[in-house]
Ligand binder design. Structure first.
Ligand code: SF4
Length: 371
């Protein structure tokens, strides 16, 4: 654990906060415009920032807003309803990571389907679902394949492996999303206030950061690939702020102990073999062009939507939930009228209150007060 502890050292954190304060002051004395708004993309980063109190330690001139990088939060309501429709079928073993089981669909959630007798199982890897399909040739095993570029290699491997094994009782309900198109959508929005991004280190460990370079160039915005520990985040904020104060754009890599510019090439090749880029709907945000992965035609036999005929399911969001604005950084969780009253982790109205990476859950858990 010593390695982790070093990235949580309080004295070093205070030094970095001091450096950020000095930088903010130097920016204002040079007349560089402020306040500065920096978005962390990943929900895991949001939780570390709130849990460790970094958001409260920063100078007033620096505002952090929380991005759309929580895979559970951005999975559309329709997709949850499709999962529930499939999981309710008697021939199906429906498998998923734990977080997705509690996300409410239009009516119930997957755990309620399980309570009513549906065969819904939590797995730690899509490859566990492949093993289940092998062990139960008389059942249909479906894996809920959600997430960003981080989970896509494992899900691609599961489909590829099932194909190699000739398994015809395995399929995936695919709802993969991609980070770069979401950054572009935020930067291109008319009401955008985000000036710099902390890109998610684990996504870049897979994908590298070449694809962020043209975005940073086009929108003149600094993007800093950043890790997940408190000192990683403080250093990432420092690097993003330094670029803003010096009026520089471009991509910098704070997480160089893990991330390279090219990323994990074998993983990228496998993903490209199984998936193709497609338009994708994001919960609360809408459809973003070329922002997701779908199965390639060669693997269409593993598409659960087609296999179970649920492609046309539609759903209506709660009118109270402002998750879309939170995921785009234009509102904070405690600015939602339902926060902490009608919407709590026990009775969530929206996905950001359910997910362990959701911004609303972070604000609730670490007592960020309503405004
Ligand atoms: S507090 Fe609940 S209702 Fe409000 S935005 Fe968050 S998840 Fe949606």
């Amino acid at each position: 654990m010593r390695f982790i502890d070093e990235y949580r050292n309080e004295a070093d954190a205070r030094k970095l906060v001091g450096a950020i304060e000095r930088l903010a002051k130097s920016g204002s004395s040079c007349g560089v415009s402020q306040p500065w708004t920096i978005m962390e993309i990943c929900g895991g980063q949001t939780h570390t920032l709130i849990k460790s109190g970094i958001d409260r330690m920063l100078p007033e001139a620096v505002t952090l807003v929380h991005g759309p990088g929580c895979p559970v939060c951005v999975t559309p309501l329709e997709m949850i309803d499709k999962a529930i429709a499939i999981a309710s079928r008697p021939e199906v073993i429906f498998t998923s990571f734990g977080d997705m089981l509690r996300v409410p669909g239009s009516g119930v959630d997957l755990l309620s389907v399980k309570a009513s007798g549906g065969d819904v199982r939590m797995v730690y890897s899509p490859l566990d679902a492949v093993k289940l399909a092998q062990a139960h040739p008389d059942r249909q095993v479906v894996f809920f394949a959600v997430g960003f570029e981080t989970t896509a290699p494992g899900n691609a491997m599961a489909v590829w492996q099932a194909d190699q094994m000739g398994l015809r009782n395995f399929s995936v309900l695919c709802s993969h999303v991609l980070v770069p198109p979401a950054i572009e959508a935020i930067l291109g929005a008319p009401d955008n206030s985000v000036q710099a991004f902390l890109a998610a280190g684990h996504v870049c460990a897979i994908m590298g950061y070449r694809e962020y370079e043209p975005i940073a160039e086009k929108y003149r915005s600094p993007i800093v690939v950043t890790g997940f520990e408190p000192l990683d985040l403080l250093q990432g904020i420092y690097m993003a702020l330094r670029a803003l104060v010096e009026r520089r754009s471009g991509v910098e890599n704070q997480y160089s102990r893990v991330v390279t510019r090219d990323g994990n090439l074998p993983a990228q090749r496998l993903m490209a073999q199984v998936f193709e880029v497609c338009d994708r709907q994001w919960r609360g945000i809408g459809t973003i062009s070329r922002s997701g992965y779908c199965l390639r035609p060669a693997y269409a036999a593993f598409d659960a939507e087609q296999r179970f005929g649920v492609s046309s399911v539609e759903a209506q969001e709660s009118p109270l939930c402002i998750a879309g604005q939170i995921l785009q950084g234009t509102k904070k969780p405690h600015q939602c009228s339902a926060f902490g009253a009608l919407c709590t982790p026990e009775h969530p109205l929206g996905a950001p209150m359910v997910s362990s990476e959701g911004a609303c859950a972070a604000y609730y858990r670490y007592h960020r007060e309503p405004v």
